[in-house]
Write a protein that binds this ligand. Structure first.
Ligand SMILES: *Cc1c(COP(=O)(O)O)cnc(C)c1O
Length: 725
């Protein structure tokens, strides 16, 4: 990185004694360290909550007197010292898992490049849409915890992902907003002439430039591309405006920028990755750029292809067609006719790299390209591996379905990000101060039984109150702003009750997620929730993609039910699902509901976030739950049957759902005494869930598997020296 300057804006005017808060603000390490967050919130908690927990905005706006006050408070200063020691320790460790486990790897053997279209790190950096982004964000945080030599590339979308507004009639309206980069924990890169560091790619006939922003995630650097530059035409400046455009020209341009441009970013900054991980097919053009580099230094296409393939890793994330990008052939010709000769290929050879014959014709498929040009390929759960092998079997016509070379690494979640502070304090009290380092060790979790039911229950109740207060506060704000009809205040959760069994349902409103399933027999649902002795309440949240009309109709259907007076205010819909809403929900509810149509949920991760906080999963046996459910750690919806008629499937699954609620879940919850009293039987399930699910479905387990099974073969492959130079 010679001659490249990372400019950390020095805009904060902080008292010298707490000056390093500025440094902390620009390293997302604080996201998974609640004591570090406390350093901000203790200064002014109201402002901290108002500003979406963005430390950069916070430090700019907080009153000087408040800063002075904490700087002269010995108790605050003691916290400050401890956090800074931890922070320095994290950044300078020599004994993290990776270097301890692989001391023999030389530096030039072990650089990992990670590519993803979106990163969900925190709500103050809203450049993610859903599960894929959260997973990428979690991967980076865990890479920092485990000390991986990893560097990541993505996009900064200057319009973020839209914010959601629900009308009185339940229609999702989207509000676009422009991100204010100076309010975000990102820093610009400048060259020796003080110009922004840029790279360029050719898009059809024109050269398009992108500048590079850096996000620091513990020890991991994430570089984000941004085309909003004067050098570019007005249209090209919009290329990095939005996530998941529906316009194929925008989409292919973005993917060229990410794949081809992303390789150039790493080269420009002096990185020499040995293995390259494509998180979903959006970045698959990187395979071509890597081959082009090698052909340019004299290798034949076949030699180059072999080297690149050996060191590529591809993770497929969904069997749903909308998640598997493919482009019309004419579009690929338009954008790549100048490029294939640089690979030593003609048109047909080039198209063949990714040809996918569909009933409606030929397409150029990004997952096909990635599958063919990666020796390591994985799905994201055991069941998803079966589905993927079947789906991609045609690429290996001489192999049976079981022999298709796609392995799996089941997803996990970053424990520190989603664990409530209070739960963390409790675990630390009983598992000892080092528990966090061994959180993927199932042995350690046997100690869960040492925690008295009463103490765990007290934390669970606290977190539920916190969720309800959060919903209340938002409903009140909307009411005061006079922007809503009174019934929307109720729909926002104003009548939720802290002593009632609470179910959470939050995710993208894609149709296969079947948010409507619980309403299939509305009268039966009403009887369940309105049982005066054993009431139930349900909190919903989630966005539909702006172009997904069926998804928006499902939101409307849910919202209309939520508003219905017959539900007695026991249903609520929290608008504008993001990581902040997600954290409140996965921590605060009692039961986490998931009703996907099998086998479309490749993994799902929100249920894992719920489990580690002691929330019980109640889900279709799809994705991760298919391998996680053991009869004691939650409940299943339906058996593992798939019916060809979706209506029959919905009927059967809905019936199973109501039966389990009526006969098992609700009575168990209220089995203590009448009212919201501790049920030791319930707590048995809670403890079983925490014990069996937290270690297994953590990114600590997941990232270690990526290293051992997918990164290591590439790191140890015998490379031609020209690749390393
Ligand atoms: C975890 C999370 C998701 C993904 O959850 P799924 O269970 O995979 O649907 C989506 N959005 C947000 C904000 C999340 O935190």
């Amino acid at each position: 990185m010679d001659n490249i300057r990372r400019e950390v804006p020095n805009t904060f005017d902080l008292p010298e004694k707490i000056e390093r808060l500025g440094e902390l603000a620009y390293n997302l390490w604080w996201v998974w360290n609640p004591e570090a967050q406390k350093l901000f919130s203790l200064i002014d908690v109201v402002l901290w909550n108002q500003l979406a927990h963005s430390p950069v905005s916070f430090l700019k706006q907080v009153e000087r007197t408040k800063l002075n006050a904490v700087a002269s408070d010995p108790e605050y200063m003691q916290r400050y010292q401890l956090v800074m020691e931890e922070f320095d320790h994290h950044l300078n460790r020599k004994d993290a898992w990776f270097s301890k486990t692989y001391p023999e790897l030389k530096d030039e053997q072990k650089q990992i490049a990670y590519f993803s279209f979106e990163y969900g790190l925190h709500e103050c950096l809203p450049v993610y849409a859903g599960g894929l982004g959260i997973l990428s964000g979690d991967h980076l945080k865990e890479a920092s915890d485990l000390g991986l030599p990893l560097v990541a590339v993505g996009f900064i979308y200057h319009q973020g992902y839209f914010s959601q507004n629900i009308t009185e009639d339940g229609w999702q309206e989207t509000r676009d907003f422009y991100l204010e980069f100076s309010e975000m924990p990102i820093t610009a890169l400048y060259d020796e002439e003080d110009k922004p560091v840029t790279i360029s790619v050719f898009l059809a006939e024109r050269e398009v430039f992108a500048r590079i922003w850096q996000v620091q995630v513990g020890t991991i650097s994430l570089y984000l591309l941004d085309t909003n530059l004067e050098e570019n035409s007005v249209t090209d400046r919009q290329l990095s405006a939005r996530l998941y455009s529906n316009d194929p020209e925008v989409r292919i341009s973005q993917e060229i920028l990410l794949g081809v441009g992303g390789v150039r970013v790493l080269r420009r900054l002096g990185y020499k990755p040995t293995v390259w991980h494509m998180n979903e097919g959006h970045s698959a053009f990187l395979t071509l750029e890597r081959i082009r580099e090698l052909v340019a230094v004299g290798l034949s296409f076949d030699q180059a292809e072999e080297q690149v393939r050996k060191t590529n890793i591809f993770t497929t994330h969904t069997p749903v067609p909308a998640g598997n990008d493919q482009f019309p052939i004419w579009l690929v010709e338009k954008y790549f006719s100048h490029y294939w000769e640089k690979l030593g290929l003609d048109r047909d050879q080039f198209i063949n790299l990714a040809r996918h014959t569909q009933p409606w014709g030929e397409t150029f498929s990004m997952p096909v390209l990635a599958l063919k040009l990666s020796d390591q390929r994985n799905a994201v759960s055991q069941l998803h591996a079966h589905v993927s092998r079947k789906m991609w079997n045609f690429l290996w016509p001489d192999k049976t379905e079981n022999e298709v070379p796609i392995s799996y690494v089941t997803n996990g979640v970053h424990t520190g990000t989603f664990l409530a502070r209070r739960t963390r304090v409790l675990y630390e009290k009983y598992f000892g101060p080092d528990w966090f380092e061994s959180l993927d060790d199932p042995q350690m979790w046997a100690q869960i039984d040492d925690i008295p039911d009463e103490e765990l229950w007290e934390v669970r109740r606290h977190l539920k109150r916190k969720l309800l207060m959060f919903a209340n506060r938002r409903a009140r704000q909307r009411w005061v702003s006079q922007s809503v009809h009174p019934v929307q205040v109720i729909a926002g959760g104003a009548m939720l009750d802290p002593y009632t069994l609470t179910i959470g349902f939050a995710r993208r409103f894609a149709t296969y997620k079947r948010a409507y399933l619980i309403f299939r027999d509305f009268d039966r649902l009403l009887r369940i929730i309105n049982n005066e002795q054993m009431p139930v309440q349900i909190v919903f949240a989630g966005k539909a993609h702006p172009a997904d009309e069926p998804g928006k109709l499902i939101i409307q259907q849910v919202y209309r039910a939520v508003k219905d007076a017959k539900t007695g205010g026991r249903l609520a819909f929290l608008e504008d699902y993001d990581m902040n809403v997600a954290r409140h929900m996965v921590q605060g509810v009692d039961v986490w509901l998931n009703t996907p149509r099998r086998p479309n949920e490749a993994s799902g991760t929100s249920g894992m976030k719920a489990a580690l906080n002691g929330v019980l999963n109640f889900s279709v046996l799809d994705g991760w739950w298919h391998e996680a459910y053991d009869g004691t750690n939650g409940w299943a919806i339906g058996d593992e049957k798939e019916y060809s008629d979706p209506n029959v499937q919905d009927d059967k699954d809905a019936e199973s759902l109501y039966d389990a609620l009526e006969n098992q879940i609700v009575p168990l919850y209220y089995s203590g005494r009448p009212g919201d009293n501790l049920s030791h039987e319930w707590m048995k399930h809670v403890k079983a869930a925490i014990r069996t699910l937290t270690p297994q479905f953590s990114t600590k387990r997941m990232v270690k598997e990526y290293v051992k099974n997918l990164y290591l073969p590439g790191m140890q492959s015998d490379l031609d020296p020209s690749e390393k130079s």
